[in-house]
Design a protein. Structure first.
Length: 247
């Protein structure tokens, strides 16, 4: 890698692989980066026996050995091993917990016949202009639903700040980086293409196909339109530096 990637999105998907005559589900670890030109790039793909702290750590260290640098913001789900690996290998980056996964997790704390309006209003918190507005509306949401769903409200108050990290970014980038959706869509395309195989004869064959598909997507993204206008991030960083100097 010869350039910096301020934004990185991480996710894992799973494929069935035959090893020593036994069919096992193995994790496919994927990293997507957005460079300073605003273009998406597939940074790396690896197959691991399982999704764990050690597998993610080795994956990220491999990316760094290949030149990954300048990472300022990482988006992923709340997998504990992944979080720990990011903190160890990319300590300078801020971490965003995917809000879509967070809302799915919230269902576990809501009764089966819970009010749909409750989660819909929670989802609206991610459309606010800035963090103070989101926090004010969160307080109003808790006040409204605390009596009816105390378990859910307590869990949300404890966990939700991890999903608000994206508010530190330029507003024009919020919808693209508050979730792992950009990588989820790519994973759906991978699933469509690997579904015809069903069970790979070994891990090496799985990795060869997925890397070939990654190269195809990578080249299409480089030749296509920019995903983000990075001038907004440059301006935000310049303003932050000017305020720091003035202080």
């Amino acid at each position: 890698m010869e350039e910096a990637y301020p934004y990185v999105v991480l996710d894992a998907r799973y494929e069935k692989v035959r090893e020593a005559g036994v069919i096992r589900t193995q994790a496919v670890l994927i990293a997507l980066g957005i460079d300073w030109e605003g273009r998406r790039q597939v940074l790396g793909v690896e197959v691991a026996v399982r999704e764990s702290q050690s597998s993610w750590r080795e994956f990220l260290l491999g990316l760094k050995r290949r030149g990954l640098r300048g990472v300022e913001f990482v988006v992923s789900d709340d997998h504990l091993g992944l979080k720990q690996a990011v903190a160890q290998v990319l300590p300078a980056a801020t971490w965003q917990r995917c809000y879509v996964h967070f809302l799915r997790n919230a269902l576990e704390h809501l009764p089966r016949r819970g009010d749909d309006d409750c989660l819909q209003e929670l989802r609206w918190l991610y459309d606010r202009r800035d963090l103070p507005e989101a926090r004010r509306d969160l307080a109003a949401w808790v006040s409204r639903w605390q009596a009816k769903y105390p378990k859910l409200c307590g869990w949300v108050e404890e966990q939700i700040e991890e999903t608000f990290t994206f508010y530190r970014l330029p507003r024009q980038h919020h919808k693209h980086l508050k979730s792992t959706n950009v990588l989820e869509r790519y994973n759906e395309e991978l699933k469509r293409r690997t579904h015809v195989v069903r069970i790979f004869p070994n891990a090496a064959s799985c990795l060869r196909l997925i890397r070939a598909l990654a190269v195809e997507a990578h080249e299409n993204w480089l030749e296509g339109p920019r995903y983000l206008n990075m001038s907004f991030l440059r301006e935000a960083q310049k303003g932050a530096e000017q305020r720091r100097v003035a202080a």
